[in-house]
Design a protein around this ligand. Structure first.
Ligand code: NAD
Length: 333
């Protein structure tokens, strides 16, 4: 893993850079000024979550067969989390697995999606239901790419940074409260700390059987919000921001977090223009939608609830009425 400006690197093998037209238009020339290879190919797939599917995977695989890639060849994921997830998945299945490198270009993918080796794609049954654990050979993070990122996408990445701090690292949270992430040096430091926090968690539980689940803080509620708004109104990180506020309210009602701590998290999210409120029209239908979550069983819902700031609890024993009461507080926004 390297968090700095990209260094000039030559790969003595066949390399395919997988990207989309938007990222290529903005940053491919810069990348090609740094990366060379024995043979270098560019594979583009359409931009957008709706293209994180089998058709795009086929486009990537066909191109690799066409150029006679072998097991020593390498893929480079060059884009946000969508490109990273698909490139990693294609690398995991091409000839039973070849190496890939992550060069993430959104804040969310730099601090979260590129780290930890989860890869995947969507199908008609839902998001990220097909995939594999396949660790990248390395992750190269260059904050230069973030200069062209729209502010909402930037905020979505900040939400995931706040997630890492609240769940695992109080000192990091204290740092974020006084930091200005619009300052590039401060941002670089925050990226380093977020990546380190995630890498430490993944090192303890790569396949998400235990503590790694806690990185889904804000996501259990957030996924329902994305589902109810048909993935159109909020970016993923924005839905997670509201989800964290809901998880915090749950923690307050269980005496696991003080009102003041919940307010500190909310204020930090607001500082980066992240949404923190949502009109829950029907608490019972919101609750039913929790059961679509991959972490939940047919009868129990797994919640990730903060314990103060810097610690977290994974539980599937919260009473339904407790959650409904919290959701009712969001009913008249
Ligand atoms: P994204 O990849 O869709 O990128 C968001 C938009 O920004 C796209 O239009 C993209 O082309 C554009 N873009 C990328 N880099 C840019 C740049 N430097 N300047 C301007 N525009 C740029 O979205 P994302 O938020 O990066 O990632 C979300 C995806 O990541 C989801 O599919 C999610 O499931 C996945 N994810 C995976 C993991 C994991 O552990 N594998 C973790 C979190 C999220």
């Amino acid at each position: 893993m390297n968090i700095d400006s990209l260094c000039k690197t030559h790969f003595d093998t066949k390399v395919a850079i997988v990207t989309n037209p938007k990222v290529a238009g903005l940053h491919l020339a810069y990348l090609l000024s740094k990366i060379t290879a024995k043979e270098l190919y560019i594979i583009t797939v359409p931009d957008g979550e709706e293209y994180k599917n089998q058709e795009s995977i086929n486009t990537i695989l066909e191109s690799l067969f066409n150029h006679r890639f072998n097991r020593k060849s390498l893929l480079i994921a060059f884009g946000g989390g969508v490109i990273g997830d698909m490139t990693g998945y294609a690398a995991s299945i091409y000839q039973r697995g070849i190496d890939f490198v992550q060069i993430p270009t959104t804040l969310l993918s730099q601090v979260d999606a590129s780290v930890g080796g989860k890869t995947g794609m969507n199908n008609s049954y839902g998001k990220n239901l097909i995939g594999a654990f396949h660790q990248p050979r390395t992750v190269l993070i260059d904050s230069h790419f973030l200069t062209t990122l729209p502010s909402r996408e930037f905020g979505a990445g900040v939400a995931e940074i706040v997630k890492m701090a609240v769940t695992f690292n109080k000192d990091f949270f204290d740092f974020l409260e006084i930091a200005d992430l619009n300052d590039s040096e401060v941002l670089q430091e925050a990226i380093k700390q977020a990546v380190q926090t995630k890498a430490d968690v993944v090192a303890k539980d790569e396949k998400e059987h235990g503590i790694r689940v806690a990185l889904n803080y804000g996501h259990t509620f957030g996924h329902v919000i994305e589902n109810e708004t048909k993935y159109k109104r909020f970016l993923h990180g924005e839905a997670v921001a509201i989800g964290m506020v809901m998880a915090n309210e749950t923690a307050v009602s269980l005496d696991l977090m003080s009102k003041d701590e919940a307010l500190r998290v909310e204020n930090l999210l607001k500082k980066y223009n992240l949404p923190t409120s949502y009109n829950v029209e029907s608490s019972s239908s919101f609750y039913e939608t929790f059961f679509l979550d991959k972490k939940s069983s047919d009868t129990n819902i797994t919640f990730i609830i903060p314990v103060g700031i810097g610690d977290v609890k994974i539980t599937d024993t919260i009473e339904m009425q407790t959650v409904i009461d919290v959701l009712n507080q969001f009913g008249e926004v």
